[in-house]
Design a protein around this ligand. Structure first.
Ligand SMILES: *Cc1c(COP(=O)(O)O)cnc(C)c1O
Ligand SMILES: [Zn+2]
Length: 372
């Protein structure tokens, strides 16, 4: 049955309830049986909405869309190996977060909401703000005061109310938490509808590889909004009998902020308190991911593992990609650095998939430093 289920107390809620967490405070997951009709799917325009019957929005509901998705899956030379890289930096707002925002804000429209709140260190705020502009929903974005100016301009120009919070990322999270007590929290980490969008990454990869799963998929992880969506998407394809096995998920963190890597390595039952250092990969510098346990379980269930990359490796990967003509955010280069390390010991015939998560034009100040 299609419903929202609490991870802690197993309470359930119908999709018509405007909830983003359980009354007990627990995280909600959305259970749903998707339908994949390959003939129908292949006859549709190349957007993420070709999998419409696999996305749990009321089938009569209009969607909020810029015709996004079905990004190119391109063979890129990484360390002498050909790796399939999904060009998700080419989304309308410049990052894959549009996948989640498209579904989440479509659901907000179904619920008839007039206001949402969200906090972000950048790209999720840009995505939620753009889809709210399209849906004419009033949108309040909370960001740390030191968020990069390009992303602030983007959020503001989309017409969102911008709340700059002094202090740490944690202080921003506390500020939005207050606002979320009386508003719908369009959160990329809490709200289960966001993952119903990011899961389309898995569907597209599967179709683009001739309806098969790759052997290995290498992804960034901070809050795990792409990783959990991808794990969900491949699980749904497996259950539907479209693919025969799960790909192994390799999850990349920046060495300077790697709580999930340490928790998995040390087999900790709770996330460690870490002292993060500054990193080029600001987009995945998350010290306490709310779905941490779920992320570790998804990676381990796939037969994969966590790995870390140094600042020097991130910088090298960024330069190497630029010199092949791919202009990506420094955060996206962390994942690519993880691929350089991984391919050293990978099997020669292994099919490897990865992603460019965000566009370089978002991070001009940081990239000027790297260029200089
Ligand atoms: C959001 C984001 C990621 C992944 O971050 P999660 O916290 O795991 O969701 C990676 N790269 C970029 C550019 C992003 O915006
Ligand atoms: Zn609960």
């Amino acid at each position: 049955m299609t419903q929202l289920t609490c991870q802690s107390c197993q309470s359930t809620y119908p999709l018509t309830a405007p909830v983003w967490k359980c009354d007990c405070g627990g995280l909600l997951d959305l259970y749903f049986t998707p339908v994949f009709d390959r003939v129908k799917i292949e006859s549709r325009p190349p957007t993420m909405w070709r999998y419409r019957e696999a996305i749990p929005l009321d089938s009569a509901a209009p969607i909020v869309s810029f015709d996004e998705g079905f990004t190119p899956l391109t063979a890129v030379d990484i360390g002498g190996r050909s790796v399939w890289v999904k060009q998700d930096h080419l989304f309308p707002t410049g990052s894959y977060k549009d996948r989640g925002a498209a579904v989440l804000i479509s659901q907000a429209q179904v619920l008839g909401l007039t206001t949402v709140v969200e906090d972000s260190s950048g790209n999720a705020g840009c995505a939620i703000a753009a889809y709210c502009a399209k849906a004419e929903i009033d949108c309040h974005i909370y960001v740390p005061a030191n968020t990069s100016p390009g992303k602030l301009a983007q959020i503001q120009l989309y017409g969102a109310r911008l709340n700059k919070i002094p202090g740490s990322r944690e202080d921003t999270a506390n500020a939005v938490w207050q606002a979320a007590q009386t508003n719908y929290y369009a959160s990329h980490s809490w709200n289960p509808f966001f993952f119903q969008g990011t899961k389309t990454f898995a569907f597209e990869v599967c179709e683009q590889l001739g309806w098969t799963a790759p052997d290995t998929i290498i992804l960034p992880v901070g809050n795990g909004t792409l990783l959990l969506g991808v794990a969900l998407g491949f699980t749904e394809l497996l259950v539907a009998g479209i693919i025969a096995k799960m790909p192994k998920i390799i999850a990349v963190q920046a060495e300077h902020c790697a709580p999930l890597y340490y928790a998995a390595q040390e087999r900790l039952s709770t996330l460690p308190t870490i002292e993060p250092k500054e990193t080029l990969a600001e987009g995945i510098a998350i010290t306490t991911p709310v779905r941490g346990r779920q992320i570790i379980e998804a990676v381990q269930a796939s037969g994969g593992h966590f790995t870390t990359v140094s600042e020097a490796e991130i910088k090298q990967a960024l330069i190497a990609m630029s010199q092949q003509g791919y202009y990506i955010e420094p955060t996206s280069a962390a994942t690519i650095a993880g691929i350089y390390n991984y391919v050293v010991s990978s099997a020669p015939d292994e099919t490897i998939v990865s992603v460019f998560t965000g566009h370089g034009l978002k991070a001009t100040e940081k990239l000027l430093k790297v260029a200089g």
